[in-house]
Design a protein. Structure first.
Length: 95
């Protein structure tokens, strides 16, 4: 099972998740409560995270991410609501 390491506002959270988990779904059912999120559908960008490590093992950004994040994709940002975690990943989310 993959591990997710989240850096958020000076804190570091590391948690094992089931393969093919969506972090926003897990946050919604209080199984990954550290993540900030909003709509869960790729419309609000409140779940945007900077991928620090493991981004090479993620799927390519979908049309929602390209539309909502634009140039931030080049800087390594992704929408957590659009990601399914199958390998270890390290992300950063500052509010």
């Amino acid at each position: 099972m993959p591990y997710v390491t989240l850096h958020r506002n000076g804190q570091v959270y590391r948690q094992e998740v089931n393969a093919d988990s969506n972090l926003v779904v897990l946050a919604g059912v209080k199984k990954f409560p550290y993540l900030n999120y909003g709509c869960g559908m790729g419309k609000c960008t409140k779940c945007a995270v900077e991928v620090v490590a493991g981004g090479d093992r993620l799927t390519e950004p979908n049309w929602k991410e390209r539309k909502m994040l634009g140039d931030k994709l080049i800087a390594g940002y992704r929408l957590a609501c659009q990601l399914y975690i199958s390998d270890d990943i390290e992300i950063k989310q500052d509010l």
